[in-house]
Design a protein around this ligand. Structure first.
Ligand code: 6PG
Length: 465
C-alpha cells in the first residue's frame, strides 16, 4: 500500500512525487490523462519501485493506506474543486486532502470548512522553489488543522529544503494561513524581480553589455544581495540564444506573464487596509509590460532623448537594490502581521522567514537576519524599525535616493525603486499631510476630525457654519 497519493502529474506534481519516492515514501500517482501517468512512470527510473500508477481516481484511493492522504497538484481554481468533488465520495471520514498548488487562500478557507463539515481533513500547502525545488527540496508553507499536518509531517519535513539541517517546512496556522503566506511570498518575489529588472534597465540604458552586467550581478551575489534571484539573473544575462547567438534576454519579448499571486497579494493587502506599494508597483509594471503595442505607439507620441545614466554608480545600484529589497520584504511581513491579526492565525513571522531561508524563490541571506530581527521583537511589526535594519536602511537609502533621482531626471522608469523610496519617506515623518485631507473631508462631507490639543473625535472646522 502507498503511504500517500498524488493527482496531477504536471511539472510540479511529477517533481514532488519523485521527491517523496526518493525520500523512501511509497506514492500512488494519478493524472487525468493516462498517457501522462505512463510517461511519468517511464521517467521515474529506479524510483518506479516506490510508485504505484493509478489510471482512475478510485484506483488511486484504493492504493492508499488508511487514513488516506491525497495531494492535489492541479491548476488553481475550478480544477481543484472538480478534483475535490470527485475525491470526496471515494474517501472515508478521517482521510485528508492536501492542495499543494498556488491557491487563492479564500478558496482554501471555503474548502477547509466544507470538507471539515464532512469529517475530512484539508490542508492548503504552498510549495515554492519551482521544478528543481519540488524535486530536490522546496520550501513548504502549510495551513489547516495541526493534527492534519501531523499526519504528513514526516513526509513534508523529509522532502523540504534544509537550512543548516532545519527543514524549510512548517505548519503556520489554520485554514488559509499556508496559502496566504505562499501568496505573499510570491508578492515579495514579484517585487524583488521587478527591482532587479529596473536595475538591469538602468545598466542597459547606460550602454553596458550583457557580459559586463552578468559579472556585476555575480559579484553582487557575493555580498549583501546574495540570493537565488540575483544568482539566476547573473546566469540569465550570461546566456546566449543557441539559434541566433544573440544574448538570450535580447531575443525575449518584454511582456511579462502573471498567473495571479502578485495581484492577489495586492488585493488582500488593500482589503486589510494595508498597502504593499513595492509589490503593487511590480504587479503594475507587469501589466504595463503586457501592452507592448500601446507602448510602441506611446514612444512615437512622446519620443525620449538619448538615455543618460552617467551619474548612476554601480555601487549605488547595489546599495539601492538592497535598501529597496528590505523595504519590499518589510511591506510583505507587515501584510502577514495584519492578516494574522485579522484572521486570528497567530502566524509566527520569524518561522515564516526561517522556512524561506532555503528552497524557495526568494531565498536570500537577508532572510536569516530578518528571522533573528523578528525573534528579537520589532516595533509596530515593522521590519524597517528593527535596530539591525534601521542601521542598514540609514546607510542604504541615500544611494536609493540618488538612483531614483537620476532615473526620474532622465525619464528612466523605476516604479518599484521609487515606490519603496516614497513609502520610506512617508513613514519616516511623524507629521504628514493628512491634516489637510481630514479638513477637506470635513469641508465637503462634515466627516469630522480629531484635534491635536484635546481628546475626542467629530470636531468640525469653521466652514461648517
Ligand atoms: C515559487 C513560484 C511559483 C511560480 C509562480 C510564478 O514560489 O515556486 O512563485 O509559485 O513560479 O506561480 O507566478 P507568475 O506566473 O505569476 O509569475
Amino acid at each position: 500500500m502507498a503511504r500517500i497519493g498524488l493527482t496531477g502529474l504536471g511539472t510540479m506534481g511529477a517533481a514532488l512525487a519523485l521527491n517523496m519516492a526518493d525520500n523512501g515514501f511509497d506514492v500512488a500517482v494519478h493524472n487525468r490523462s493516462n498517457d501522462k501517468v505512463d510517461a511519468f512512470m517511464e521517467s521515474a527510473g529506479d524510483l518506479a519501485t516506490r510508485l504505484t500508477p493509478a489510471y482512475e481516481l478510485n484506483d488511486l484511493v484504493a492504493a492508499l493506506e488508511a487514513p488516506r492522504a491525497v495531494i492535489i497538484m492541479v491548476q488553481a481554481g475550478a480544477a481543484v474543486d472538480s478534483v475535490i468533488d470527485e475525491l470526496v465520495p471515494l474517501l472515508d471520514k478521517g482521510d485528508l486532502i492536501i492542495d499543494a498548488g498556488n491557491a487563492d487562500f479564500n478558496d482554501t478557507r471555503r474548502r477547509t470548512q466544507a470538507l471539515e463539515e464532512l469529517g475530512l481533513g484539508f490542508l492548503g500547502m504552498g510549495v515554492s522553489g519551482g521544478e528543481e525545488g519540488a524535486r530536490h527540496g522546496p520550501s513548504i508553507m502549510v495551513g489547516g488543522k495541526r493534527e492534519s499536518f501531523e499526519a504528513i509531517e514526516d513526509i513534508v519535513s523529509a522532502i523540504a529544503a534544509k537550512y543548516r539541517k532545519d527543514p524549510c517546512a512548517d505548519w503556520l496556522g489554520p485554514d488559509g494561513a499556508g496559502h496566504f503566506v505562499k501568496t505573499v511570498h510570491n508578492g515579495i518575489e514579484y517585487a524583488d524581480m521587478q527591482l532587479i529588472a529596473e536595475v538591469y534597465g538602468l545598466l542597459r540604458a547606460g550602454g553596458r553589455g550583457m557580459g559586463e552586467m552578468a559579472e556585476l550581478f555575480a559579484d553582487w551575489n557575493e555580498g549583501p544581495l546574495q540570493s537565488y534571484l540575483i544568482e539566476i539573473t547573473a546566469k540569465i544575462l550570461a546566456s546566449r540564444d543557441a539559434e541566433t547567438g544573440e544574448p538570450m534576454v535580447d531575443v525575449i519579448v518584454d511582456s511579462a506573464g502573471q498567473k495571479g499571486t502578485g495581484r492577489w497579494t495586492v488585493i488582500e493587502a488593500l482589503k486589510l487596509g494595508q498597502s504593499a506599494t513595492t509589490i503593487e508597483a511590480a504587479v503594475a509594471a507587469r501589466s504595463w509590460s503586457a501592452g507592448k503595442a500601446m507602448r510602441k505607439d506611446a514612444e512615437k507620441a512622446y519620443p525620449h532623448g538619448k538615455d543618460n545614466t552617467a551619474e548612476i554608480l554601480d555601487a549605488d545600484l547595489e546599495t539601492a537594490l538592497f535598501a529597496a529589497r528590505i523595504i519590499g520584504y518589510g511591506q510583505g511581513m507587515a501584510l502577514l502581521a495584519a492578516a494574522s491579526e485579522h484572521f486570528d492565525w497567530s502566524l509566527d513571522l520569524a518561522r515564516v522567514a526561517e522556512i524561506w531561508r532555503a528552497g524557495c524563490i526568494i531565498r536570500s541571506s537577508l532572510l536569516d537576519d530578518i528571522a533573528s530581527a523578528i525573534r528579537a521583537g520589532i516595533p509596530h511589526g515593522q521590519l524597517i524599525l528593527a535596530p539591525a535594519f534601521v542601521e542598514r536602511l540609514s546607510a542604504g537609502v541615500p544611494a536609493l535616493r540618488r538612483v531614483v533621482a537620476a532615473s526620474v531626471h532622465h525619464g528612466l522608469p523605476v516604479p518599484a525603486l521609487s515606490s519603496a523610496l516614497s513609502y520610506f519617506d512617508t513613514v519616516r515623518r511623524g507629521r504628514g499631510t493628512a491634516d489637510l485631507i481630514q479638513a477637506q473631508r470635513d469641508y465637503f462631507g462634515r466627516h469630522g476630525f480629531e484635534r491635536i490639543d484635546r481628546p475626542g473625535t467629530g470636531f468640525h472646522g469653521p466652514w461648517a457654519e
